[in-house]
Write a protein that binds this ligand. Sequence first.
Ligand SMILES: [Zn+2]
Ligand SMILES: [Zn+2]
Ligand SMILES: [Zn+2]
Length: 321
Amino acid sequence: MTTDEEVAEQLVLFSDYLKKNSLKMTRQREVIVESFLRTNGHLSVEELHRLVKEKDASVGFTTVFRTLKALTDCGLARETDLQDGRTRFEHVYHRPHHHHIVCVDCNRTIEFLSPELERLQEMIVAKYQFRTVRHQMQIFGVCPDCQNQRPSPQEVFDSDDVFARDALKIAMEAERSGVNFYLAAAEQISRPSGRATFLRIAEEEKKHLHDLEYEWLELLKKDKNILKAPVFLHFDYDALKKIFPTREEIKKRLEGDLDEEQALKLAMEMEVESYRFFREYAGKFNDTRGKAIFLKFAAEEEDHWRTIQKEYDRVMQRRVH
Ligand SMILES: [Zn+2]
Ligand SMILES: [Zn+2]
Ligand SMILES: [Zn+2]
């Protein structure tokens, strides 16, 4: 959902752009931009014109079209061709890059993003030594409702919110794996000081998990329908399994030898892998809330790594003396 703040921010950007091009922000332009920014989805000029006319009947179709073109030049809108014979536009500002699956019968549009797919595309383009300027991917098909002659829902979601939803889901899952790791490792350590360290970090991870859960609830409060939105960010959950050892793996790796040093080493490895993975992952996205969620998570993991590193050094010092 576009907040008042975001609308105001974009209006400033747009009026700066107009000034540079010796144009003025008129009341009509303002109404058009506001209506556009406050409506999610892939709006056709006709649809936007209809919305604008409810607020100001004097605005003509051509003015709406020209304003959308200007917004596109300014970098606040993107023309999206869903091949239904209409020129459509969608938001760009702080919105994640994405692709579309479009139903040729009902026009329902699913937005998705897959970093793996992006990487493959980049590899192929590099082979031809092209410098990418922009790219679009649209897949046309028939949605399950149209395949079964059912009425299809036409809900439209804000891609930034849906991206944030998916990012939170991934971060929560990673956080849960972290909690499990520290609790399981604490069980395996006999030395009380070592156990205390692991329990303390488990508590910290739980606190972070609560923060993420709070953010999740806030998102649902804003739009409880958001859970119905199709998956936007396609994430390989197996990647988490590679970073966070399972309870069985921890037991196996620490078995017999209830060594604090070993456990700390294992924890360090995990935290390093986790923060490197999430920092790199965050780097794949443009400036969005989803990206911010991954970056914050990475920073917390790096913090844990430092805490454990300190503890490890302390244990090693104790050994030497
Ligand atoms: Zn359909
Ligand atoms: Zn889109
Ligand atoms: Zn792409």
